[in-house]
Design a protein around this ligand. Sequence first.
Ligand SMILES: [Zn+2]
Ligand SMILES: [Zn+2]
Length: 719
Amino acid sequence: MTIRRVAVLLPYPFDRAFDYAVPAGMELVPGAIVTVPLGKRMMPGAVWDDVPDETLPDRRLKPVAGMCDAPALPATLRRFVDWVAQYTMAPRGEVLALALKSNLLQRPPESFGWAAGTPGDRRMTASRGRVLAALAELDRPDTVALAQAAGVSAGVVRAMADAGFLVPARRGAATPAPDPDHAAPNLSPEQAEAATVLRNSVAARRFGVTLLEGVTGSGKTEVYLEAVAEALRQDRQALVLLPEIALSAQFTTRFAARFGAAPTLWHSGLTPSVRRANFHAVARGASRLVVGARSALFLPFADLGVVVVDEEHESAYKQEDGVAYHARDMAVVRARLADAAAILASATPSLESAVNADSGRYAHITLAARHGGAALPAIAAIDLRAFPPPRGKFLSPVLTDALAATLAGGGQAMLFLNRRGYAPLTLCRACGHRITCPNCTAWLVAHRAPAGLLCHHCGHTEALPETCPSCGAAESMAPIGPGVERIAEEAAELFPDMRRIVMASDAIASPDDAAAAARAIVDREVDLIIGTQMIAKGWHFPDLALVGVVDADLGLSGGDLRAAERSAQLLHQVAGRAGRAGVPGRVLLQSFAPDHPVMRTLIDGDLAQFRRAEAALRAPGHWPPFGRLAALIVSAADSGIADTAASALARAAPPPDEALVLGPAPAPFALLRGRHRRRLLLRTPRNVAVQPILRAWLERADVPRAARVDIDIDPVSFL
Ligand SMILES: [Zn+2]
Ligand SMILES: [Zn+2]
């Protein structure tokens, strides 16, 4: 006797799917969510496309235990999970776990209820009649409410649903669907032309990538929303990825104004019940427009028509823990598998995307003019060697004079420093002792609000000691260098009457807080903004007249491949905050190296020139994007074992004609979260796939079991 079998992929770190028998009477489609036994436990899983092993004897197979009341995962999502696993070399189950969280599976009760259906089984009974009568009185009641109103058991209601008397329907005031023609924008000729290109790319209903490059303030968002509108007209879904969830509130307002309905949000800050409702709405196709963080790529879209990656250059799109994937690159893959259009938007495109556009792999649209005719800000450097700040302070007199003039004239100003906390280092003035994290190779950062010392890598906190832990001297511990809180303190002393706000993730914890802060700034309840990179991303502050960059050199000496690129992008974004609507903007960069190439391109406003210089540096050695990189991070609780494992990998390294191997070297944070880390980097020309090389390498190497090897394909940070 043959039994029907299915392969089920489990959201746990297994690469293989497991075979199960399908009980009689159970109908399973590919992608169906089921519960299955594994060992002694029951777990959720998804019916996968793998062919079950028919040679396995029946008695070896356990049956599928049950079906979940959740939508089946669409084929495009299943292929995406397989693709991401293959590319990142993560087990398929670990990738599935990004899409399938067990707390999402139960169908959300709050937005659904029963409506009258067209029954196939017309057998009417007295109790069924009472249910239909009660149904007419109620607005989409759920099972319990309907059974109570009709005075029947819940089983009667469920049986009626099975028989087709009842169909599920959205309850109450359903969220209105976004309307692509709700408030069509007033586009400039340049924007209109770009919008047409993007609309056509969506209307073609096939895969293609467009790089939308527009100077800050050029109205990129209005333009790509026309592509979203086209997807809505086509009855398809749209996904807009944002690098920072703090931005989602401001975007929600803009999207709602354009489409007459709020988008569906997807990020880690949502409550579990909202996440669950949104998950199901996306799967049903009821959610047409999703705005989310990188994990939104793993939502079960019924029919995805366009994926927009806003601020595509942001390194926040790279996930470092667990499955190490780059959401920008995976968004392109997601679009390809769904025959959808992909749009990468940025004022400062990554070198990767710029090179793809130059080579013709991506279409390229440029918006050169600022929307509404606003002029680009005038950018100048302040040479800190010639105009140093007063002793113990961090703002040059040139900058404070400019601030005073702007504020006195009623203008709004911003100070930018990409460093959280009060001081990056606490040092003993008596013996020179520096307070470091016990778990990481890192200094503890002093914070004032709330007060204490904090490790930005592992979260370790301790109180500031009153005596030096090393020499015992009293009151000898001094903060060294500025964080954003210290700049706020200096600004308060200089401009005590001005209304200030600090925008950093310590002070602004949620998207709602960020939206409230942004509103206060736009409504001119704030004169002076002091912030970290949080203020560099996509905010629209129309009255901002002056931006002072406290330390423009920060990031130039990071020692990693993209340090200069990131610095150029960040500073350009900050500069883009100034002078957006009629107010002529001015940007002052405090620097000890005003002649550095990054600083020169910023002052000249010439990012294309910067990219050409970067490309010329990277191309000869096959550095990305002209070659491929993969990092092997070896870690162990014991430093000797980490060394042994790293040497074993080095001995088994692929030959030089196959790939270049650099290392092993201590990872920049040799000790992180209590684990000792060593790093090897593998580099190949662009047309060589690194995964087979890595797989063979790991098989050859005799790595001790107590060590762990993490793989990061296309590493972005080198921590
Ligand atoms: Zn000391
Ligand atoms: Zn730490």
